[in-house]
Design a protein around this ligand. Structure first.
Ligand code: DGT
Ligand code: CA
Ligand code: CA
Length: 571
């Protein structure tokens, strides 16, 4: 079992317990364990192989959950989840995905109305049964209908993190076959799109059966959906489907170019080929019957008078013009990142201490970090009031003494309240080294009020950055209704940074808005929002999103040395 499978298992236990009304401490224990496991760099199975004590050293894993991990790894299941699944229908769990509806409401809907699928819930919302429930009303019924509509629109897409991890494992295993010369992820996953509909994998082989047999018997694969001469489609155990195409080695570049997409990018490339009297398909670039290019992507692009274009940019959003004019950006890379300005500790909802987070950051080669726990409005996460925050900062200053090679900023992730006031008074914010202002509540307010909140924050002289500006959750929850040009103009005027939150379920700013922020000359920071020592692992997803936005090293402030970064701060 992979980490993602184990993490999902415990997350599901947490969700089902919550629907059943279990105590919130128990629910949170499962969620924390799930997050820890998801963020691990090492396979949980190899940690477990070192004995239960190694599991107990992980943040958020106690005796009870450690024992369940062992059972799960040995048998692929836990009696607890099996029992819960019998008790709570799958359609009820799906209701948790509706924006604005928490487990408490799902529980009421299930128990009072006996609805067990989204269709039944839709009907109950339409015929007035939902509105008549105590504590619901017409407005909630409306929210449910809109939420169900939104779920139908986004369909069943997977986060880039969920897509890429199994795809890379399968590519590595294909490459171990003697008959396979080259293999790679293609499609939207290669373009590092924030969500993927399905996976596309290419391999070149003298023996396509060997590659297909490998997939058929792979531990990540649940079912073969179709198998032909050169193409196989399978469903992975996580639910995502994968196309494998086996192509001749001489056609690898053409096939990579074709199957990486996007469709929109490929249409323009094909037109350029036609203009030059050439024909482009997945086997190669041809003049009549003669092969002009096929082996590498570089050759294909060169033959249509373009330099090779990084996959992240292949969306027909101006990259072809830039390539033509020699203006392709030199994209940012993960190794350029020197700081991380958004993270949590046990002071609020993190699972590691200040010292542990600093150790982990240093071990990754970071040169500066900001500790940014929650402000008091976030009661769920035990948010800090002025008094607790000042004590917390005093502790941070003490920890600093142990780290001569890592700058540790006293920060705060301060809520911008629904009425547009900051959650902490100015005199407190003035004492911080780094203030991230964020929207957590009231995301569905009208645009006018959302903008009032964001602009108030940007104009507050103590605010350094806007964190996860829209509050969206990828493929789950739309963000707040923001007038981005107004926000960016104000941020540029006031020297306020914009965050790309690197967590794969946020990636907020998104690629399009991050590109726009760059055009306003706003310094961008890519932050992990780590809630544990392993939470730093998600930085790469933020970098992918930044690359899709065409960002270079110079556009991202946390690639700078600390002294250069400090000069960008307002005070
Ligand atoms: P996804 O799976 O929805 O996240 O997005 P993609 O881009 O991975 O799309 P997918 O899986 O349908 O196809 C993979 C690539 O194959 C796509 O980016 C371009 C290429 N491709 C697929 N179907 C066609 C087609 O009908 N025409 C052309 N020109 N290319 C195609
Ligand atoms: Ca795909
Ligand atoms: Ca596909």
């Amino acid at each position: 079992m992979k980490n993602a499978d184990v993490a999902r298992h415990f997350e599901e236990i947490g969700d089902l317990l919550e629907i059943q009304g279990a105590n919130s401490f128990r629910v949170r224990a499962y969620r924390n364990a799930s997050r820890t496991i998801e963020d691990l760099a090492e396979p949980i199975s190899s940690i477990a192989a070192d004995g239960e004590n190694s599991l107990l050293e992980l943040p958020g894993i106690g005796k009870d959950i450690a024992a369940k991990i062992v059972v799960l790894l040995n048998s692929g299941a836990t009696p607890q989840l099996e029992k819960l699944r019998e008790e709570v229908p799958a359609g009820v769990v799906e209701m948790l995905r509706i924006q604005g509806i928490g487990p408490k409401k799902v529980k009421t809907l299930f128990q009072e109305l006996n609805v067990t699928t989204l269709d039944e819930l839709k009907e109950a919302a339409e015929n007035g049964a939902v509105a008549n429930l105590k504590g619901f009303g017409k407005k909630t019924a409306q929210i449910i209908l809109e939420g169900i509509e939104h779920l139908a629109q986004i369909g069943n897409r997977f986060l880039i993190s969920e897509a890429l991890v199994p795809a890379e494992v399968i590519v590595a295993d294909l490459l171990k076959l003697k008959s396979v010369k080259q293999a790679s992820v293609a499609g939207s996953a290669r373009r590092r799109k924030e969500s993927c509909g399905d996976l596309d994998v290419l391999a070149t082989s003298s023996d396509s059966n060997a590659a297909m047999d490998l997939l058929e018997n792979h531990e990540l694969v649940e079912k073969v959906l179709a198998r032909g001469e050169t193409k196989q489609r399978v469903r992975l155990r996580s639910g995502i489907e994968m196309d494998l195409r086996v192509v001749p080695n001489e056609s690898y570049g053409a096939a990579m170019q074709y199957f990486t997409g996007s469709k929109e990018h490929n249409i323009v490339i094909r037109q350029r080929a036609q203009k030059r009297g050439l024909k482009l398909n997945e086997y190669g670039l041809f003049r009549d019957e003669e092969v002009v290019a096929a082996k590498t992507e570089e050759e294909i692009y060169e033959a249509v008078d373009l330099p090779w274009i990084p996959p992240e940019l292949r969306e027909n959003r101006g990259e072809i013009e830039k390539a033509e004019n020699g203006n392709l950006p030199k994209l940012l890379e993960l190794k350029d990142i020197k700081g991380d300005l958004h993270m949590h500790t046990t002071a609020t909802d993190g699972t590691a201490s200040i010292h542990e987070m600093a150790e982990a950051a240093r071990a990754r080669g970071l040169k500066y970090i900001a500790i940014t726990d929650h402000s008091k409005r976030v009661t769920m996460a035990n948010g800090l009031d002025a008094e607790r925050l000042r004590k917390h900062w005093a502790e941070i200053r003490k920890v600093r003494e142990d780290f001569s090679d890592l700058e540790i900023l006293c920060g705060i992730e301060c809520d911008i309240l629904e009425d547009a006031e900051m959650d902490l008074p100015d005199d407190v914010l003035a004492e911080a080294d780094w203030v991230i202002a964020v929207l957590h509540y009231g995301l569905k307010q009208p645009r006018e009020q959302i903008m009032k909140r964001l602009l108030n924050a940007v104009r507050n002289p103590h605010v350094c950055a806007i964190g996860h500006p829209s509050g969206r959750i990828v493929s789950r929850r739309p963000g707040a209704d923001i007038n981005y040009p107004d926000l960016f103009k104000a941020a540029a005027d006031n020297g306020v940074f914009m965050e790309i939150n690197a967590h794969p379920s946020r990636l907020d700013l998104d690629d399009i808005q991050a590109a726009a922020a760059k055009d306003y000359g706003i310094p961008i920071v890519i932050n992990t929002d780590a809630h544990s020592t392993t939470g730093f692992n998600v930085m790469k997803y933020g970098v992918y999103q930044a690359r899709r936005a065409g960002l270079e090293k110079k556009d991202v402030a946390n690639t700078f040395t600390f002294s250069k970064f400090k000069k960008l701060l307002r005070k």
